[in-house]
Design a protein around this ligand. Structure first.
Ligand code: GLN
Length: 547
């Protein structure tokens, strides 16, 4: 049976609860334990799949096809443990399950209430599909005191109450603001936040205190006294240059020791932190720099492409270079010549996206990369726009387009080199879709196999002949045009095992130009950089040598 660590936050949002949870997961692994991490989100969307990346940042897709919160990306990157559908749940999902059960008559005529029906449903999620690890870390989204978070806080209180005390602990993240006029760190907001927790019956075992400046022992002792935690369980968390310093920093601050002490685990196994020492060395001792242009749509909110930014950094670590990426709004290239914008970069990445806005600019970016022989990685929509570019400019299909953007204009005639996917095979199942389907959860989602073409660049980068990668798309390059496109030198180097769905394309006469229908960024880890990102940055590094 797993031990449970519940992670909550107070004072303000965006304190880095997800990161603290992920780093703690990594530290427990370093001590020889197995971990799972889970996120409980109080918002009412059933999942983040339909939320705009501007609203909520990236949608992180799991192998089993769940569309989840981006914190699951941190969890996977720090622990290497692949998340599953049960690792992300929102109020929306909980309520919709409860209401479905009510409609089916499963509550036998009872009045349905937040306590116990909603809290029971939450408790079921907390322990569902999670018996395969020593520790289950459950992060509660939002901040203590949020109205919509209350059922979750009540549920974790009950959950711990139902079990022996050594099975559950509570960790709370707060902020110590620095008042420069008096030169003091203030503990009062932390005291209030803990008071808020206690009012709903939760007593933290560990307090993680974010602070810009060192926390004097006197203040630590005060927090311990007023919040009723042991002084060694008051863990300072200072700002870091890189998120990958978090495991070592939390270890130095005593977090893993405090957690093991709270569970009364004795003797504590010694940690093996070599993985994180090596990562820090690669970050701090880079031997050069490459510049990557990311030509996309959601460029204003960095979290919208979180996994891509991280995967690029991992590619840099693999090559001992730092990766400096700039986000360029694709729409600019619809008005202006891309050349002066893109010349300073050693590589171009066009990420995934939805809708028409900016697509013509992405097509221009692909054309620039092809003509100027600049390394290009197109992900999902970035592959589709590269194929449209090839069709229009080399295969004689001047009106090539995608049903996603051209299909909406009544009477517009175009060649649908990218079309709406109506059916595909998942395992032994045939999945069918229609254009009128509801938007939530209806895409081709999760891990699918692709077969790599012998002798292709893709096969040599992966070093194998078949791969499993995560997908999230409704449209697909139309295999009908494969022959016409291959004649121009665009090789279809990865395809679904039945050959009907193109998964990877590459230019044969180009130093590095690859488009992929899937999202390789979701499987990259700092200690195990994704081969495509590692090789993309290697190619960029070659370019910087040529300049
Ligand atoms: N909008 C495209 C599709 O649905 C691409 C999706 C993506 O880039 N993730 O196929």
């Amino acid at each position: 049976m797993a031990r449970f660590i519940f992670i909550t936050g107070g004072v303000v949002s965006s304190l880095g609860k997800g990161l603290a949870s992920a780093a703690l997961g990594a530290l427990l692994q370093a001590r020889g334990f197995t971990v799972r991490l889970r996120k409980l989100d109080p918002y009412l969307n059933v999942d983040p799949g339909t939320m705009s990346p501007f609203e909520h940042g990236e949608v992180f897709v799991t192998d089993d096809g769940a569309e989840t919160d981006l914190d699951l990306g941190h969890y996977e990157r720090f622990t290497g443990v692949s998340a599953r559908r049960a690792d992300s749940v929102s109020s929306g999902r909980i309520y919709s399950n409860v209401l479905e059960k009510e409609r089916r008559g499963e509550y036998l005529g009872k009045t349905i209430q937040v306590i116990p029906h909603v809290t029971d449903e939450i408790k079921e999620w907390i322990s569902a599909d999670g018996n395969d690890s020593d520790f289950m870390l459950c992060e509660i989204g939002g901040t203590v005191g949020d109205i919509e978070g209350l059922p979750f806080f009540e549920a974790i209180r009950q959950f711990a109450q139902d079990r022996p005390p050594e099975e559950c602990i509570f960790m709370h993240l707060t902020l110590l603001p620095y008042i420069s006029a008096s030169g003091e760190l203030k503990t009062k907001p932390t005291q209030h936040s803990v008071k808020e927790l206690r009012m709903i019956g939760l007593q933290p075992d560990i307090l993680v205190c974010r602070s810009e400046t060192p926390i004097p022992d006197k203040e630590k002792a005060k927090i311990a006294l007023f919040c009723d935690v042991r002084p060694e369980a008051v863990i300072p968390a200072y700002d870091l240059k890189s998120i990958y310093e978090a495991p070592m920093a939390y270890h130095a601050a005593g977090l893993d020791q405090a957690v093991l002490d709270a569970f009364r685990i004795n003797p504590v196994p010694k940690p093996n932190l070599t993985r994180w020492v090596d990562i820090e060395d690669r970050i701090h001792n880079a031997e050069g720099e490459v510049r990557v242009a990311i030509v996309g749509k959601y460029t204003l909110l960095e979290d919208a492409y979180k996994s891509i930014a991280e995967a690029l950094m991992h590619g840099g670590m693999a090559n001992r270079v730092s990766v400096n990426s700039d986000w360029i709004d694709a729409e600019i290239f619809e008005r202006e010549d891309p050349v002066p914008y893109l010349v300073p970069y050693q590589a171009i990445l066009v990420p995934g996206g939805f809708g028409e806005r900016g697509t013509e600019g992405k097509i221009k970016a692909a054309e620039f990369a092809r003509l100027h022989k600049v390394p290009y990685l197109g992900i999902c929509l970035g592959m589709q726009t590269a194929v449209i570019e090839a069709a229009r400019n080399l295969a004689g299909m001047k009106d090539a387009g995608s049903e996603e953007f051209d299909g909406g204009t009544e009477g517009k005639s175009f060649t649908p080199v990218v079309y709406h996917l109506k059916e595909w095979i998942k395992g032994n199942e045939r999945i069918e879709r229609s254009v009128d389907d509801a938007k939530g959860g209806t895409m081709r989602l999760g891990s699918y196999r692709a077969t790599l073409t012998e002798g292709s660049r893709a096969a040599s980068i992966y070093g194998c002949s078949s791969i499993d990668e995560r997908h999230r798309h409704r449209y697909e390059v139309n295999v009908k045009y494969r022959k016409a496109l291959e004649k121009t030198g665009l090789r279809f180097s990865g395809n679904s095992p039945d050959g009907t769905l193109p998964e990877i394309v590459e230019w044969t006469d180009h130093p590095w130009f690859i488009g992929v229908q899937f999202h390789p960024e979701l499987k990259s880890r700092p200690f195990d950089p994704h081969p495509l990102f590692a090789d993309f940055i290697r190619a960029a590094k070659e370019m910087s040598r040529l300049v």
